[in-house]
Structures are given as C-alpha cells and as structure tokens.
Design a protein around this ligand. Structure first.
Ligand code: NOJ
Length: 546
C-alpha cells in the first residue's frame, strides 16, 4: 500500500515504547533516572525503531504509587530533572523523529496535593468540590476495590473534613470530581500545558474510573460522562490536530467500544484502547499450546471506528492482569507461567516478565514478539522487553517488573554510577540480570533478542497492511496454528505455531506466489491454490503475496 497514507494517522503504524524516567538512565549519578540520562539514550531508541515514547508519570509525587500519585501536574519531579531538561529531551527526541506521549493521571491526585489539603478544610475551600465527599459511605463502598491487598473500601473518612471521600485506587489517591466544571477546565489546562511543550498526546489512566460520577453530588451536571471524554478529545484536536489519547480501558470488548465514541463510526473519544482481552486470551493460548483462545478473541474483537486503533501489548508496567479469564482459565495460566503464590498478585495477575514466564526459551519469547508486531493493532513495548529483562520478586508488588534498565554488565547494570542503596529498585541477578542480559552485549550480537526485535520492527514498518488491512483468521485444521491475513492494496499472511513440535499447516489462498518477509524465500502455490507451510516448534512466518 502507499506509505504516504500512513503519515497522517501515524499511530496506526507506530511502535510505542513505555518507560519510567526514574528507572531508565541516570544522567547525574544520584541514583535516580532522569531526563538528562534519557536524552542520552534517544539514539538507542531510534535504532530500535521506536516511533513514540510513552513516559510514565514524571511529575512531583510522594511516590506511594510509583508516581501515579501526583502533587503538581505542571512540572517535573526534581529527582528527575527540571522543565529545562524535559524540553531538551523533547527537542532531541523530535530531532530523531520520535514522538512523545505521557501519562495523564487525572482520575485522582495525591492526598498531599495542595488542592486536597485545601479541600479538607471544608466547604469554604475553593477546592472542596474538586473531590467527591459523602457524610456516609454508600452501601456498595466495598465493591470494585482495585488493590485488595491494601484497601477495604472505596471511601475513607477524613478527620479534618469530617466526611468520607471517594478513592477508586489507594486511599492516598482521592478521586477528582469531574462533574465539577472547574475540575474539567483544569484538566484541559494540564493537557494544554504539556501539548505546548511538544507532547503528541496522552496515555489516559483508568478511563472508566475517570468518567464515573456516581457518588458526586454534582453528577446531574454531567448526565453523560462520555460527552466529557468527547469534549476532551475535541480540545486535544483543537490544540494539536494529530495528537492522540491512548486509553486504559480494561472491559469486555462491547463495553470498551463505547470509549472510542458513540457508535457513529468515528473515533471521537479515545484514539486507541489497549486490547486487554486479546492479551489475556493470548496467554491462555500460550499456556495450552493451542491457538484457539486467541483466534476466538480476534474473531470477536470489534473493528475500531474510523481512525481509531487497538493498542496491543504482551507486558505492561502493572500486574499481568488475567481478570477477564474464568477462574479455571486463569489457573491454567498461573500453572504454566507463575505457579508460586509470590509470582501472583491480587489473585488476578502475575508479577513476572516474559522471559522468565517462558522459562528462558528463546523460541517462545521470539514467537510472542512476532505475534505482538504482526497482530492487528499498535504494538506497545515496556522498557527492557527488547533485551529480555526479567523481574525481581524481592521488590514489592508491581515493582518487581519495574527494575532499572540493564545497559551493560558493569556495576548497577550501567544504569547509574551511584551507590546501589540509592537506586529506585533492586538490580536483578542470576540468568536474567545485567551480567547476562544487557543492551551493550546484545547490540554486538547479530543473534540477540535485541537484533530479533529490530528485525521484527523493520518488517512491521515495511508491512503497513498489518495495521491498515482488513484481517481474516484463516482455517488450517491445525489447532496449534494461528494463521491470519491482512488485505489492503496488498496482502500479508502470517502464521504462528503455539506447539512445541513441527507442524505443516495447509492453507488455501487465492494467490500464486508468496515471499517470506524475513528470509526472502519464495513459495509457489500449486494449481489448486493450496500451500503447505513448514513451521518449527513455536515458529512464525510472515509471508507477503507477490
Ligand atoms: C493505573 C496505572 O496503570 C497503575 O499503575 C496505577 O497504580 C493506577 N492507575 C492508579 O493510578
């Protein structure tokens, strides 16, 4: 297809790379990653093929939820640098053609935010109605707790305000009241501020919770909270026409669709939604060695409205949630990829990374990333995945997967020259620690995982049909094989084998010749339009119709 079509809707063929500035690279030797350190790594990200960075929260924070508890939305946490450092980094990224989006965490603030501190003083505070208060917690106060290891209710009594306040997450994260027009104006101001500094959009945290107005006395002012999401998107468009909102919406497909827009065929709310369902069913397929659960999810997955797109991922910064599987299915995934209690979190997810879950089997790890780049959707990587970093279970909860980036085999994995005690997290040791897994070694090894990632990213960019095309799941009569084709002014056919043995699936295609996108090998189809494709254990093939 014509590549010129891909430039306007840049997110459809983007490679998004999520990182936390704090754990990526320390530029001043104080133990914390910072914007100066990150700026020095921009060329590495460019060489990898990243086209868009997603920065996890870098705003001032008491850091009780790794920065998702914010005390000032308009500046940079001093540990990570200054606004000046931020702008220098943005300038460097832009020079390399890399866009930057950032977490927009406006469902709540930190309880240390001056707005909340003022709000607590009572109804005379101009900020009191910026939060959601009740004299008594509602009867369903215990329903829908996100962090059941720490919280027992969504409502907590504040002794100063003498009222209960709503917090969908931790009690130190009071929810903002988006039914209040002043709060909505402020959220737009925050977005406008960072757009002026060059952001290309936002990853919007906890969107369903942000839109929820139940419990707020002002709820009738905002009868349909989706109008608000559409307003935000329109505001974004006025300030920066091609900026995006990538939303965290972990709901069944039918409910997630509502967050793209009101069903009139245009994505005028979120530009992209993460495919949490596809991700969970992919792990079930991997656990079973049977492509069925993933094929089923892809068949069920609705097409996003015009200009909208799904965002795909195999790991993110949170627990690997399996909450949308049945109890038995979740147990199958636990048994396969995280059997110990310590590897599991909140009874619904895993706190491990891909290489350890796959037992270090390079065939399985590589196949998983081949799936990530070839399934329809915008692939989102979590830092360190490209070299095969694993978790450190000695770190608390989700921090197990947020250890410092492993740049080389030297002290602190090349992340920082500081004393190890001053680092934001432990440096893992063992087979996945920096002595064995690091950027420097893999950059020099043509067979490394990093080299494989670069190759896949190149091929993905060469095959925009994967993102733009109409996709069809193909029948192969081989349960372990997922075969799909993407058609738009050209066709790409992709096969993945989920089994630990060779398979030879037969495909029937209305074409005469295929070319392996990775090896260049040509395959001619027989007159009956049938072709047998050989796949190694956990093998994959990307084939372009010649
Ligand atoms: C969702 C984020 O992904 C998670 O890391 C965070 O703890 C919660 N939102 C609360 O902000």
């Amino acid at each position: 297809m014509e590549l010129t079509r891909t430039a306007d809707l840049w997110w459809k063929t983007a490679i998004v790379y999520c990182l936390d500035v704090e754990t990526f690279s320390d530029g001043n030797g104080d133990g914390h990653g910072d914007f100066r350190g990150l700026a020095q790594r921009v060329d590495y990200l460019d060489r990898l093929g990243v086209t868009c960075l997603w920065l996890m929260p870098f705003y001032p924070s008491p850091d009780r939820d790794d920065g998702y508890d914010i005390t000032d939305f308009y500046t940079v946490d001093p540990r990570l640098g200054t606004l000046g450092d931020f702008v220098e980094f943005m300038r460097t990224a832009r020079d390399r053609g890399i866009r930057v989006i950032a977490d927009l965490v406006v469902n709540h603030t930190s309880d240390q935010h001056p707005w909340f501190q003022s709000a607590r003083t009572g109804p005379d505070s101009p900020y009191h109605d910026w939060y959601v208060w009740q004299d008594k917690p509602p009867p369903d106060a215990e329903k829908g707790i996100v962090f059941p290891d720490k919280e027992t209710s969504l409502w907590t009594y504040d002794r100063k305000a003498r009222k209960y306040y709503l917090h969908r997450f931790y009690k130190h994260q009071p929810d903002l009241n988006v039914a209040n027009p002043a709060v909505r104006d402020e959220i737009a101001r925050i977005m406008g501020f960072w757009l002026e500094l060059g952001l290309s959009g936002f990853r919007v945290d906890g969107v369903p919770f942000l839109l929820e107005t139940g419990g707020s006395d002002d709820a009738e002012l905002l009868p349909d909270p989706h109008d608000y999401l559409a307003d935000l998107r329109a505001f974004l468009g006025r300030r920066c026409g091609d900026a995006v909102m990538l939303g965290e919406v972990n709901l069944p497909y039918s409910e997630t669709m509502r967050f793209f827009g009101d069903g009139d065929g245009v994505a005028d709310e979120l530009t992209m939604c993460f495919d949490f369902i596809g991700m969970q069913r992919m792990y079930l397929a991997l656990a079973r060695g049977d492509a069925g659960p993933l094929a089923e999810a892809l068949r069920e997955r609705p097409l996003p409205p015009r200009d909208g797109h799904w965002a795909t991922f195999v790991r993110n910064h949170d627990e690997l949630t399996l909450d949308k599987l049945t109890d038995d299915e979740r147990q199958e995934v636990f048994d396969a990829f995280g059997p110990d209690k310590d590897m599991q979190l909140y009874d619904r997810g895993l706190r491990r990374r891909v290489p350890s879950m796959m037992g270090g089997d390079q065939r399985r790890i590589r196949q998983l990333y081949s799936l990530l780049y070839s399934l329809p959707g915008c692939p989102v990587l979590f830092y360190g995945e490209e070299i095969g970093m694993a978790e450190d279970l000695s770190a608390e909860g989700r921090l197990a997967v947020r250890t410092p980036m492993q740049w080389d085999s030297g002290p602190n994995g090349g992340f920082s020259t500081a004393d190890p005690a001053d680092l934001p997290g432990p440096i893992p040791d063992g087979e996945f620690g920096p002595s064995h897994v690091n950027v420097r070694d893999q950059e020099r090894d043509p067979d490394s995982l990093l080299a494989w990632m670069r190759k896949l990213i190149d091929r993905y960019r060469e095959c925009p049909e994967l993102a733009w095309g109409e996709y069809t799941i193909l029948d192969t009569a081989e349960p372990s094989v997922l075969a799909h084709r993407c058609d738009i002014e050209g066709t790409v056919v992709v096969l993945h084998n989920f089994a630990d043995h060779d398979v030879k699936p037969e495909l029937e295609l209305d074409v005469t010749e295929l070319e392996d996108v990775v090896t260049g090998e040509r395959i001619t189809l027989a007159d009956n339009k049938k072709v047998t494709v050989e796949l190694e254990p956990y093998g994959c093939r990307w084939l372009r119709v010649v």
